[in-house]
Design a protein around this ligand. Structure first.
Ligand code: H79
Length: 460
């Protein structure tokens, strides 16, 4: 049999993670697992989390030996085919004296985020924690010698912030038998992958679940070489140590929730819990040349878009090698946080839109998108989120005059601006109900109008 190249393996994974379809996926009643639903309760309410990609790759920051290396920053070892012996030398330079766990947690808090997920070990194999299983870690191999996970866990506990760990369980470019490194070592198919799992990945998962208090979730990634049997060993390990810890959707087996492709937001709502991991610029790990930050308005739209489809938004920052999160990305996050302090009721604990026409529609001409899937024409005027007896209409553009409520059988009690409580008159005409928002729209980042109705759930 011909061996698949590394690239096609990655490409296959890429396709695998893109398969969340535009239509809602009904979950048969038999598939509802009460233990899983209990584990997921906080996650379903949280909606918005901070992803942190930090490691040795923050030192080269997208450049190696004076040359710009294209692609995502944390992939630099792979893209530049840097030998292990050379990459390891970065550890001796890693001394992030400005690292302040409290400041990072404060940022997540100010940003309105309810959980943090940090790279405990990325594909380069370097661990941000003291690890008996491998000396290639921040305590044993750097002059810094501090356990970043320990400090973050303490800071999170103080602020009631949930903390989860990204762990690359399959790729490990530092290890002869880890997946992915074919420039120092033999191709994947010739490796003793189970030796790698036994000697490093499984022990390290045990370590991060044992030494840092309650772990909100483990965020596995790129399940190359992961058979159902191998994945099962990780599931058993996680459940045996911390039964409440969630498992993401990239272990190589069914997790507790669906993880979409990187930066992919599905076109329609999903009933299963799900999460979109996303970049605030174009890279995960810090790159000095990527300053193309998303605007606060874009992030608020994506957040409401995701929440209106029943999902969570895990938005990433890449701290620099000195331990500081780039100020420009902090400023953007804090501005979103200011909006959320006023309008958070439309987000936290909210469920998906009971409607759906406002999301967009498939192209009637049968056009295809870049992935060859039917093109979905996204509408961006407004999004709807829901709580028992309440609908939240978040407008990103001035609503039509008058704005007609989507059809529902429930009586409508009242409507008002969430930001200031000012009532809006509901006018009934020919069986439709409408309100009129006068110019200028209250908040250009998103104006939320609450519509209260009789009963808990919308009847259509
Ligand atoms: O941790 C972040 C990424 O490093 C990781 N997932 C997120 C959360 C990830 N691993 N693999 N991929 C994402 C997809 C890889 C895409 C690739 Fe490429 C295309 C690998 C090789 C070609 C991008 C371009 C990276 C190197 C070149």
């Amino acid at each position: 049999m011909r061996l698949p190249s590394r690239f096609s393996c990655v490409a296959a994974f890429w396709l695998l993670t893109q398969s969340v379809s535009a239509a809602a996926q009904p979950v048969p009643a038999s598939a509802v697992d009460p233990q899983k639903e209990a584990r997921l309760a906080w996650f379903r309410d949280a909606k918005y989390g901070l992803f942190i990609h930090w490691g040795l790759y923050a030192i080269p920051a997208g450049e190696w030996k004076g040359e710009r290396v294209p692609g995502i920053g944390e992939w630099i070892m792979n893209r530049a085919k840097i030998p292990v012996a050379e990459y390891e030398r970065l550890a001796a330079q890693f001394n992030p004296v400005k690292f302040d766990a409290d400041a990072w947690v404060q940022l997540a808090h100010d940003a309105g985020m309810k959980y943090i997920v940090i790279t405990s070990k990325h594909h380069d194999g370097f661990a941000l924690f003291k690890s008996p299983a491998s000396r290639f870690n921040i305590v044993d191999a750097t002059p810094f010698k501090r356990d970043v996970l320990k400090e973050l866990a303490a800071a999170c506990a103080k602020r009631n912030m949930r903390l989860g760990f990204y762990y690359s369980q399959a790729q490990d470019w530092h290890e002869p038998n880890g997946a992915g490194n074919n420039w120092d070592f033999v191709p994947n198919a010739q490796k003793d992958f189970d030796q790698y799992l036994r000697d490093k990945a499984e022990p390290q998962i045990r370590e991060i679940l044992t030494n840092y208090g309650p772990v909100a979730l483990i965020w596995f990634d790129t399940p190359q070489l992961m058979t159902p049997e191998r994945a099962r060993r990780f599931t058993d390990l996680v459940r045996s140590i911390q039964p409440q810890t969630l498992i993401d959707g990239r272990l190589g087996a069914e997790g507790d929730y669906i993880t979409t492709g990187d930066n992919i937001i599905p076109g329609g709502k999903q009933t299963q819990a799900w999460e979109t991991p996303a970049t605030i610029n174009h890279t995960w790990g810090y790159r000095k040349d990527d300053v193309d930050w998303k605007r606060p308005g874009e992030i608020i739209f994506k957040l409401l878009d995701i929440v209106s489809k029943g999902g969570n938004y895990l938005l990433n920052v890449g701290p620099m090698a000195d331990g500081v999160i780039p100020q420009a990305s902090q400023d953007v996050l804090r501005e979103v946080g200011r909006w959320l302090r006023i309008n958070g009721e439309a987000v936290y604990g909210a469920t998906a839109t009971p409607f759906g026409d406002e999301l967009g529609e498939p192209s009637a001409r049968g056009a295809k998108d870049v992935r060859g899937e039917p093109l979905f024409l996204v509408r961006t005027d407004y999004r709807v989120t829901a709580k028992p007896g309440k609908l939240f209409f978040t407008f990103f553009l001035e609503p039509r005059v008058p704005f007609e409520l989507p059809a529902m059988k429930n009586a409508v009690k009242q409507a008002y601006f969430l930001a200031n409580g000012k009532p809006l008159e509901i006018v009934e005409k020919d069986g439709t109900r409408a309100f009129t928002v006068r110019r200028p729209i209250l908040d250009p980042l998103g104006t939320v109008i609450v519509v209260e109705f009789e009963g808990d759930a919308v009847m259509r």
